[in-house]
Design a protein around this ligand. Structure first.
Ligand SMILES: Nc1nc2c(ncn2[C@@H]2O[C@H](COP(=O)(O)OP(=O)(O)OP(=O)(O)O)[C@@H](O)[C@H]2O)c(=O)[nH]1
Ligand SMILES: [Mg+2]
Length: 425
């Protein structure tokens, strides 16, 4: 089954807790701290696999999580890292993370981390200092990232074949490539896109045959809009039109209507090179020598060349393919897409939102990756850990900001999933 859209939920592994331990050995008094760091949680990674053609697997399962790191141990033993979870996607998958586009995965082997595993918490060895030789503090592991991921497949092809139903698009694909799509004498035979590869001397041309389009496709009529997405990435567009037209419309009218659909869907599509194949000239009534030979159709100010062909017998298909090859060769080499990773945006350490309540004082919601992480990694059963958290918050200026916002004793401070009651000092 061809599935080209999916929504999944990912939850990366949590880091292992740091260990609070002291060296205890015979004849070694005051052995000092020896709690090791927890292991890192596994990441969730998408990797492109060229053998995949659809997002079908993600339709069957929607929740994915990677392994947690194991806790650190005494004797300065670090915890084991959680295993990464690699999910394979077909080439041409656009990845959205929490509603924002993250990347476009195209080349085989390309990968991206969509949810990072949490860091391991530090054991008490890490907190040893000249002032504090026996720290009773160890961090908890950092929670792994959670995200809603939307996947959208846009086929990668050089030429998109568009046309009204029954025009012979699939027949053309099966004639010039090895692909064997379903062909039949009724409209909307093709329900999902097909790809085919034409191998010429030193170049390959990938054709995408999409389901038939009709007027109104851009707003979802027929099989419409969903499949127009698959020609967005093509370099050129081949209009395949029945020389006899469709349901009383002439070939020229169809060309006009189809272009309008493309324009309404995405005006960029009309900037691509386009050519027209008038199909079924083998039929006796077709009279190809008539008015259409050597003509061109126009749309807007541009003129597009018309080729006469029969997808069934193969007549004229070579000429149009040679022209397509010429067009593709004349296009400038693809510019390598921009690296989407490594663009860091500096965010403030925290933000404070206030809301008031009638009873129990006001609520101060503090958000920000750094503060939330700190709170999540603090073990509140350890006095020293709580003290450290308070110190960090006051160094970050959180106390001052809260006071400026008018916090009073008894008000609630919420950070992540935790709530604290504010006390002076
Ligand atoms: N005589 C003749 N018949 C053709 C030619 N090309 C296609 N046909 C016939 O036209 C009908 C439709 O062909 P398809 O290739 O399924 O058309 P399509 O454009 O893929 O149609 P949809 O998938 O429904 O949009 C089939 O019965 C084909 O055999 C041709 O060049 N000559
Ligand atoms: Mg078809």
């Amino acid at each position: 089954m061809f599935i080209d859209k999916a929504r999944i939920y990912v939850h990366a592994g949590k880091g292992g807790n740091g260990c609070l331990s002291f060296r205890r050995e015979k004849y070694v008094p005051h052995g000092g701290p020896d709690g090791g760091t927890g292991g890192k949680g596994g990441d969730i990674i998408f990797r492109v696999s060229p053998s995949l053609k659809t997002l079908y697997d993600f339709q069957c399962r929607s929740h994915y999580s990677s392994a947690n790191g194991t806790p650190g141990q005494g004797g300065n033993k670090a915890g084991r890292n959680g295993k990464d979870l690699v999910l394979y996607v077909p080439p041409g998958t656009v990845v959205f993370r929490n509603g924002k586009i993250l990347t476009d995965l195209i080349t085989p082997g390309e990968e991206i981390i969509v949810a990072q595993g949490g860091c391991g918490g530090r054991g008490n060895t890490a907190f040893k200092s000249s002032k504090n030789r026996a720290p009773r503090i160890a961090e908890k592991g950092e929670p792994g990232e959670e995200a809603v991921i939307d996947l959208e497949l846009k086929l990668i092809a050089d030429v998109g074949i568009v046309g009204y139903p029954n025009a012979g698009k699939s027949t053309f694909l099966s004639k010039v490539t090895q692909a064997r799509p379903k062909i039949a004498d009724y409209p909307f035979t093709t329900l999902t896109p097909n790809l085919g590869v034409l191998k010429s001397k030193n170049k390959e041309i990938i054709f995408a045959d999409i389901p038939g389009l009709i007027e109104g496709a851009h707003f979802g009529k027929g099989l419409g809009r969903d499949f127009l997405r698959h020609i967005e990435r093509t370099k050129a567009i081949l209009h395949l039109i029945d020389i006899f037209g469709y349901q009383g419309k002439s070939a020229k009218e169809i060309f006009f209507l189809l272009n309008r659909e493309l324009e309404l869907y995405n005006p960029e599509l009309l900037k691509r090179p386009m050519l027209i194949g008038l199909n079924k000239i083998d039929l006796p009534e077709a009279n190809p020598d008539g008015y259409l030979r050597g003509k061109s159709f126009s749309f807007g100010k541009k003129k597009y060349p018309v080729f006469l062909l029969s997808a069934l017998t193969g007549e004229g298909t070579k000429e149009i393919c040679l022209e397509i090859l010429k067009i593709l060769n004349s296009l400038p080499a693809e510019v390598k897409k921009e690296e989407t990773r490594g663009n860091y945006v500096f965010l403030p350490d925290f933000e404070v939102c206030t809301s008031s309540r009638k009873e129990k004082g006001n609520i101060f919601q503090v958000s920000g990756k750094k503060v939330e992480r700190l709170v999540a990694m603090t073990d509140f059963s350890q006095k020293e850990a709580v003290k450290r958290l308070q110190n960090i918050f006051s160094k970050m200026g959180l106390d001052k900001v809260l006071e400026k916002k008018g916090i009073n004793e008894g008000d609630t401070v919420k950070i992540g999933e935790w709530e604290f009651i504010w006390q002076k000092g």
